[in-house]
Design a protein around this ligand. Sequence first.
Ligand code: IDP
Ligand code: MG
Length: 136
Amino acid sequence: MTDRTLILCKPDAVERQLVGEIVGRFEAKQLTLVALELRQLDTATAEAHYGEHAEKPFFGELVAFITRSPLVAMVIEGPEAYKVARNLIGATNPREAAPGTIRGDLAIEMGENLVHGSDSPESAAREIELFFPNLA
Ligand code: IDP
Ligand code: MG
């Protein structure tokens, strides 16, 4: 069975010129690109994307971070895509993320952890609709 998930190479990834490295890890795993765009998020889209965290103390910081400069949004496809992608991304706190994962290898601060991946099939569907409403 083939599934789709949303990935964001966050602004820190673009700033640090790590987009190629990150996209390459998903491609090497044999997840297929079906959409990809460089764009800068407006506040409303960022707040909608991270709505589940609206009550958290770091929400304002998170929205400021994700909107501060362009990011690369993409949809990738493959068997259990969201789960496979989350395993490649690694733990939220990069200091606890396993070596070999994107965050484990390339990040050190929680607020600058390079990449987002949807956390369930339901989140993937919602986030893909938010970022790529015209995707077939
Ligand atoms: P995830 O990105 O691994 O799914 P979530 O818990 O959904 O992690 O949190 C979303 C994002 O919010 C994280 O990737 C991280 O950038 C940021 N974040 C999460 N927890 C904290 C925190 O305690 N302090 C600051 N930023 C945080
Ligand atoms: Mg999350």
